[in-house]
Design a protein around this ligand. Structure first.
Ligand code: NAP
Ligand code: MG
Length: 493
């Protein structure tokens, strides 16, 4: 393309009942690239009417369409083919995800690889959904059949857009459910790109629909729709609470993957270099826009001063830059809204604690939502920056005296998504693991996820689990079947 001519901005349609369609309102909304603040695409601004069309298609596909009569083997093969498509197109998808979210390309490549792995995993699991034979005290056969929950609405966040959607779509499709995905308003592009392969990999019309639009309109319509049997939600606590209440009217099943304020605990006996690295990785990966971010860094008093200094020194070397440059370690945050939120917490933090680095906009960039990695220390756990999820590159370092003190501070939060412990003492590690009220605990690492292992929160970080066999259970009902083997009347009357 000649210099100075901008690439054409593409307008995406929505994917409903196997067709690409405009929204009923004929309105579109602009998708902004966070590194440049320029429009990178237009998407349909969906309405309740579009949601209704998608739900009707999903219901028909579930009840009478081809999905209802597929075998688990066929569903598994569909997911394998989709996984293969994603691997073949991984670099293009990763580039789009990096540009749309602002995340470093190397991280986006990890995400897309995980997407493909997740479809593979649940493709394999489609044929391993086992019912039970129940040992009842009668001349009878008692069975439990596993059946799909039905039509599932999926509402997902912007930090790992395609991956968070896949953690829902892959097990739901393997289980035999049909789906309506409402991707995040600011980052819907990779899900829409993926949809173009659905016909050729063998996903029939209506089985997976994508409706773009705002959460307050399309999300609400999905949650309230009587023909949606379940809502799978990942997002903030504030929205999660609204959804739980609204879902009550139709007694919908809901699973909630919500936020966190996860403690990353460093005991004095931990490997010091590994610890510094782990503290930075835990809180600054993906610009800190991670539900399980180790945003409260708890450090034992005897190494505290040295730790803050070393962390600060190393944080100076974090390379901020264009998401598409391979040595970039931190890109811009996702949107102007998120930029304003994180900036306001930087100002709150300056009043609540001491700051060793950062505290503002990253000044070397003329454009883009770039924020300096920021470390606050001597933070009181009751401070807002220690209690509220910031979802940006802002760390709160908190000193502690001993094991008991560490656990008390770690659990002193309404959240319970994740946590990590750094020590070379296995007994201390295990005591701490057992005392921590959170769904995911790492020892001498932070942020690894595996499709084979469960993911989800305690306390106000939500309920239900994604990934592994736990993840598919959330899309299955248990049907009890009793077969009487006595050939006489019951004999009661
Ligand atoms: P969010 O604001 O709660 O939005 C999540 C999704 O809900 C978006 O698709 C949003 O649509 C939609 N939504 C908004 N209002 C709604 C309503 N009234 N009814 C139904 N849907 C509605 O969260 P976010 O800002 O995208 O993501 C950040 C949050 O996600 C953080 O709190 C983070 O901790 C959490 N998260 C949790 C996990 C986990 O596994 N536990 C993983 C990743 C992220 P719009 O985009 O159009 O507003
Ligand atoms: Mg939001």
């Amino acid at each position: 393309m000649p210099k100075g001519i901008k690439s054409e901005v593409r307008t995406y349609q929505m994917y409903i009942d196997g067709k690409w369609v405009d929204s009923a309102s004929n309105q579109t909304s602009a998708i902004i690239e966070p590194a440049t603040e320029e429009v990178m695409a237009q998407v349909q601004a969906g309405s309740a009417e579009d949601v209704s069309r998608a739900v009707a298609a999903a219901k028909a596909a579930f009840e009478t369409g081809p999905w209802a009569s597929t075998t688990p083997q066929e569903r598994g093969r569909v997911l394998f083919r989709l996984s293969e498509k994603i691997r073949q197109n991984a670099s293009k998808l990763a580039e789009l995800e990096a540009r749309n979210c602002g995340k470093p390309i190397v991280e986006a490549e990890f995400d897309i690889n995980d997407v493909a792995t997740c479809f593979e995993y649940y493709g394999g699991m489609a044929t391993k959904i086992l019912g039970t034979v129940n040992p009842v005290p009668d001349n009878a056969v008692s069975l439990t059949l596993k059946e799909p929950v039905g039509v599932v609405g999926m509402i997902t966040p912007w930090n790992y857009p395609l991956l968070m959607a896949t953690w829902k779509m892959a097990p739901a499709l393997a289980a035999g459910c049909t789906c309506i995905l409402k991707p995040p308003g600011v980052t819907p592009l990779t899900a829409l790109e993926m949809a173009k392969w659905l016909p050729e990999v063998g996903v029939p019309p209506g089985v997976l629909n994508i409706v773009t639009g705002s959460g307050s309109i399309c999300g609400t319509a999905l949650v309230q729709h009587p023909d949606v049997n379940k809502i799978a939600f990942t997002g903030s606590n504030a929205v999660g609470k609204v959804i739980v209440k609204q879902a009550a009217d139709t007694v919908k099943r809901v699973t909630m993957e919500l936020g966190g304020k996860s403690p990353n605990i460093f005991f004095a006996d931990a490997d010091f270099e590994a610890a510094i690295d782990g503290a930075l990785f835990g809180v600054f990966i993906n610009q800190g826009e991670v539900c399980s971010a180790g945003s409260r860094i708890l450090v034992q008093r005897s190494i505290y001063k040295k730790f803050v200094e070393a962390m600060t020194e190393k944080a100076k070397r974090i390379k901020l830059g264009s998401p598409l440059e391979r040595d970039t370690k931190m890109g811009p945050v996702v949107s102007k809204d998120q930029y304003d939120t994180v900036r306001s917490y930087q100002e709150i933090g300056k009043k609540e604690a001491k700051m060793s680095i950062g505290g503002g906009r990253a000044k070397k960039f003329a454009k883009g939502y770039f924020i300096e990695p920021t470390i606050f220390y001597d933070v009181d756990n009751r401070a807002r920056i220690a209690q509220e999820e910031i979802f940006g590159p802002v760390a709160a370092v908190i000193p502690f005296e001993d094991e008991k003190d560490a656990v008390k501070i770690a659990n002193d939060t309404p959240y319970g998504l994740a946590g990590a412990v750094w020590t070379r003492d296995l007994f201390k590690a295990f005591r701490t693991i057992k005392a921590m009220r959170a769904g995911i605990i790492w020892v001498n690492h932070m942020q690894l996820t595996y499709v084979e292992a469960p993911w989800g929160g305690y306390k106000q970080s939500g309920f239900g689990r994604e990934l592994g066999p736990w993840g598919i259970d959330e899309y299955l009902e248990n049907k009890q079947v009793h077969i009487n083997l006595n050939e006489q009347p019951i004999g009661w009357y």
